[in-house]
Design a protein around this ligand. Structure first.
Ligand SMILES: Nc1ncnc2c1ncn2[C@@H]1O[C@H](COP(=O)(O)OP(=O)(O)O)[C@@H](O)[C@H]1O
Ligand SMILES: [Mg+2]
Length: 267
């Protein structure tokens, strides 16, 4: 089983967005994936999927519930173990136990994708058991500097980084160039995800962009990265003869409502 840990030296760079969408994209290409919220301070996976009050979370598993019973399947198809957002559960964080528990998912998944916090101590502890470590950075010198710092700590622990993703890339003159980031960090940039409004729109809709906006440039980037990770050929989805709104409405289960609205418009 691959244990893919998503980490960064700085918050807000897109770890959770990446973890969620890469899980979905891997699933689309037939891989059995479970996404786990390993951010005990600010677990956002549930929120991004429109559900803040999961009955069972990773905390339930740490408290003794069978970990296979805290996995939820979201409408988009992604299987998740959410975190608990309430402040009173924060002290229950136990990463060594977390690392041990998730091994039990071996027979249920080909890969675990673990989202982490930007707390270096926490992410280093989770990375100890990773097969793949993916670092997310944005194309600015602050994020790249923090990436370098985290890489140093990872190397000191004799752990291996698979690659770096540059997220929120605009290609504008104020962005660092990809080749400059690559040479500075001495690591392969394995993917570039554009800064795109569809990602913000999907956040509002509470669906991963790969699901809500199948034709988005951001979706294409996530799917290409997923294909690279598993060594399969990327195939772009043929756009159906529908408007973007129709696709989103259908995905969020409002197809009927939308169709009625359109009929009314035509009258
Ligand atoms: N490629 C992107 N384009 C536009 N907005 C993005 C992109 N990636 C992430 N975001 C937005 O940036 C914010 C932080 O992302 P998040 O995944 O929560 O970061 P982290 O988990 O590293 O703190 C969110 O509002 C998210 O929607
Ligand atoms: Mg996050």
């Amino acid at each position: 089983m691959r244990t893919i840990v998503i980490a960064s030296g700085k918050g807000g760079v897109g770890k959770t967005t990446f973890a969620l969408n890469i899980s979905l994209a891997l699933g689309k290409y037939g891989r059995q994936v479970i996404l786990i919220d390993g951010n005990f301070d600010s677990p956002h996976i549930g929120l991004m999927l429109g559900k803040s009050n999961f009955e069972e979370t990773i905390i339930s598993a740490l408290e003794g519930k069978d970990i296979t019973e805290v996995v939820y399947k979201h409408q988009s198809g992604v299987k998740v173990i959410a975190g608990n957002i309430s402040l009173e559960h924060r002290h229950k964080k136990d990463i060594p136990k977390f690392n041990k528990l998730i091994r039990k998912l071996e027979e249920y998944a080909e890969a675990l994708v673990i989202d982490t916090s930007s707390d270096t101590a926490d992410s280093i502890e989770i990375i100890k058991h990773a097969t793949d470590v993916i670092l997310i950075t944005t194309p600015d010198f602050i994020s790249v500097t923090e990436t370098l710092k985290l890489m140093k700590v990872i190397e000191q622990n004799n752990q291996k980084i698979v690659g770096v993703i540059v997220n929120k890339y605009s290609g504008k003159e104020y962005d660092m160039k990809i080749e400059n980031i690559q040479s500075l960090i001495g690591q392969k940039v394995i993917g570039v995800v554009p800064f795109h409004k569809n990602v913000m729109e999907s956040l509002k809709l509470k669906y991963p962009v790969v699901y809500s906006h199948p034709q988005s440039p951001a979706t294409e980037a996530f799917e290409k990265i997923a294909c690279n990770m598993i060594g399969v050929e990327y195939k772009k989805d043929e756009p159906e003869n529908k408007t973007k709104t129709a696709v989103v409405m259908e995905k969020v289960g409002l197809k009927k409502w939308y169709e009625n609205l359109m009929e009314e418009d035509e009258d």
